[in-house]
Design a protein around this ligand. Sequence first.
Ligand SMILES: Cc1cc2nc3c(=O)[nH]c(=O)nc-3n(C[C@H](O)[C@H](O)[C@H](O)COP(=O)(O)O)c2cc1C
Length: 336
Amino acid sequence: MARLLPGFKLGSFKIDVPLVLAPMAGITDLPFRRICRRFGVGLTVTEMVASRAVDMKRKRTERMVQVDPDEHPVAIQIAGSDPHYMREAARWAVDHGADFVDINMGCPVKKICKQLAGSAMLRDEGLVRSVLEAVIDAVDVPVTLKIRTGWDEQSKNVVRIARIAEQVGVAMLTVHGRTRAQMFHGQANWEDIGRAKAAVNIPVIGNGDIVDGESARRMIEISGCDGVMVGRAVQGNPWVLAEVRAAMLGEPAPPPPTPEQRWQVVHEHLQHLKEHHGERTAVQLARKHVPWYSKGLHGAAEFRREFQQLQSWQEQCLAARNYFLGLHEQQLAHAA
Ligand SMILES: Cc1cc2nc3c(=O)[nH]c(=O)nc-3n(C[C@H](O)[C@H](O)[C@H](O)COP(=O)(O)O)c2cc1C
């Protein structure tokens, strides 16, 4: 099968395989992105940083945007509605290693929307323009934008926002095919992504509900997008990235991971969490990430229950090792 997308240039980078890891607050930290990069993402994006938080120079904020020396290209995502703070945040992002500054106008969370940031900004096209102009003026790296299709079904303005973005010089646009009102419900509308794509000449990345190679292929076909972004499906399943990548390249899907391969990745993830966040926070974060890796596997419910009780990193490693390698024995027993 033929390769589906040719890739594109973004600043000085060629995004050869335009497969983007979705920014997810509280999830796409450095340990998670490190794992995902092994499976062939062409571009990673950090967790969102509120532009006002940048002003506080907090250690936690710094940690949120820490990137690996070899993590390129990488975008640091900023959110906010005040052009002054957004300009400062963009410069700060570049100082912290961003190859691109990504602006979040898609976040549906109330706390963010109340400050007229995230997806709430889509209701004020004048403000969208001012913020984009301020950020583009502030930095020399490409500025990218992530949006939803509008505030609600009645006020979808994805095409107008895409045109504004192109006019002011945004280098790449990502469209999550839902309105803000939809939050994460219903289905992403890939035709709406296609409308944005048809309206502009900058690369458009399609996002929403890609769960495997086949859904990526269909989104590309329906929307005509230049690349795809995958989020929730990667939680506990970075292998889906390799599958999507193979589909994009017209290659056969890779085989599912063996229990050893699964454990190896979980183990690395646990190690990265400890190294990056320190043991205490790592234990808390592992309670979220590690059970995701057991989704759909034999004995997952019991494993999850037990894992939540564990208090130390060592105990977590041991329990995960026993569970994921034990899957192998179960498979062998099943085959016998
Ligand atoms: C827990 C969580 C956190 C998210 N945080 C962000 C964020 O910080 N910035 C952003 O632009 N989108 C954020 N998103 C939205 C995702 O980037 C993506 O647009 C959405 O999940 C749809 O893609 P998917 O169906 O592949 O998950 C978040 C989504 C989830 C589930």
